[in-house]
Design a binder for this molecule. Structure first.
Ligand code: DSN
Length: 430
């Protein structure tokens, strides 16, 4: 299965914006002997023996995190982004306290207080959204914050393509005396490279995963900023206690080793060039898709991701995502702001450029990819019209399979995608 997965990745375009291609060195660290070790506690304050190398390792990774993100404190133990966010919320608020985050269909994350997540059940979660243009309206957020008086405001995204105004969020949080937490899971690599503004000077806490634009192993970091320590001198202890023993047992030191390697890689100049290219590629892809009449939420992108509203194409996200996969382009269906359809059958698709940029593709290839996506969508529209299928029919998998089977063009697009993949193979770099 590992071999087959490798072939699949090699022969398809990774267009899911939260995915990326980690280096061989990261892979080796994650598979290393550090995975055998239990290390409950923190460096030099452990509960088990045999920690001389684990302590050095974790200290090194903490120091690298602090230096790169310019923060005074880092916890490198969270298993992934969702437990990291829960650990922060439980450190800063009590169950029943109010929190505010961006709603899922406006581009937030489940753990930003969505009702489906424990963050929306344990806390009194009131969510903010986006306006008709698909943008966060900071006056609206401020009005809501004054009403809700949240303990924590979460500023972070998974499907919001534009720059977040950290300063405005900070002003709002200060006015209502809330903690401000930034979740830069999607953006961390861009932030380090200077391709996206850093939240560190403005927020109290920053969380991130390590496997997206940061191009490391699947894991997470929690950082406390200078502003955070000023607001609450106990913040670092609160966060550390919340992670362990609050929420987790033994940290995955093998993953922490992989994070350490990724942090070394992202501190190199070549990574800065790479991260800037991610944004250039996303802009090129967005502008070409725009020229084909795709309705981009917020009109475009400032980052690595694009959200497309498919309502003007009269297609569900499911059909387009499944047909694109058939043609070798792996992206995901996604809700759009105020989606009239339910999350399992959303009206949009989301795509991003970190993976294809890791393969060395540039603006020219993005135009080619946009053309391939358009060819898929035009074919689907033709077939749907001919078969007189409705949106409700399209929710049934067997009907989508019928559409996709009739779409002969997909095979031709698949060949073009394969040629592109062969020209830009996934190299085991470093
Ligand atoms: N699942 C991630 C994403 O795709 O954005 C967030 O956790």
């Amino acid at each position: 299965l590992i071999k087959q997965e490798e072939k699949r990745q090699q022969e398809t375009l990774m267009l899911i914006p939260s995915e990326n291609i980690a280096s061989r060195a990261v892979e080796e660290a994650v598979a290393s002997i550090f995975g055998n070790k239990y290390a409950e506690g923190y460096p030099f304050k452990r509960y088990y023996q045999g920690q001389q190398y684990v302590d050095q390792l974790e200290t090194l990774v903490i120091e690298r995190t602090k230096k790169l993100f310019r923060v005074p404190h880092a916890n490198v133990q969270p298993y992934s982004g969702s437990p990291a966010n829960l650990a922060v919320l439980l450190a800063l608020a009590k169950p029943g306290d109010s929190i505010m985050g961006l709603s899922l269909d406006s581009g937030g994350h489940l753990t930003h207080g969505s009702k489906a997540s424990y963050t929306g059940k344990l806390f009194h979660s009131v969510q903010y959204g986006v306006n008709k243009q698909g943008l966060i309206d900071y006056d609206d957020v401020f009005k809501l914050a004054k009403k809700v008086k949240p303990k924590v405001i979460i500023a972070g995204i998974t499907a919001y393509p534009r720059v977040l105004d950290w300063k405005k969020f900070a002003q709002i949080a200060d006015e209502v005396e809330a903690y401000l937490m930034a979740d830069i899971a999607h953006l961390a690599g861009l932030v380090i490279a200077g391709a996206y503004p850093s939240p560190a000077p403005f927020t109290h806490v920053v969380t991130t995963t390590t496997h997206k634009t940061l191009r490391g192993p699947r894991g997470a970091l929690i950082m406390v900023t200078e502003r955070g320590l000023k607001k609450d001198p106990d913040l670092q202890e609160k966060i550390d206690k919340s992670v362990f023993p609050g929420l987790q047992g033994g940290p995955h030191e093998n993953t922490i080793a992989g994070i350490g390697i990724a942090l070394k890689e992202v501190s190199q100049n070549s990574f800065r060039v790479y991260a800037k290219q991610i944004v250039k590629n996303a802009r090129a892809l967005a502008s070409q898709l725009n020229s084909y009449g795709f309705d981009l939420v917020s009109g475009g992108t400032d980052s690595h991701l694009i959200l497309i509203n498919l309502q003007n194409k009269n297609l569900l996200g499911n059909t387009v995502a499944e047909a694109c996969e058939e043609a070798g382009m792996v992206l995901n269906r996604n809700a759009i702001p105020n989606d009239p359809n339910p999350p399992y059958y959303p009206s949009g698709i989301r795509l991003g450029t970190p993976g294809v940029t890791s393969r060395g593709m540039k603006e020219k290839e993005m135009k080619h990819i946009a053309q391939c996506i358009n060819d898929v969508v035009v074919t689907l529209q033709d077939i749907k019209k001919k078969t007189k299928m409705t949106m409700l029919d399209e929710r049934k998998r067997e009907n989508r399979i019928k559409i996709i089977k009739q779409a002969k063009t997909l095979r031709k697009v698949r060949q073009r995608v394969l040629q592109l993949c062969t020209k830009f193979p996934i190299k085991k770099y470093y």
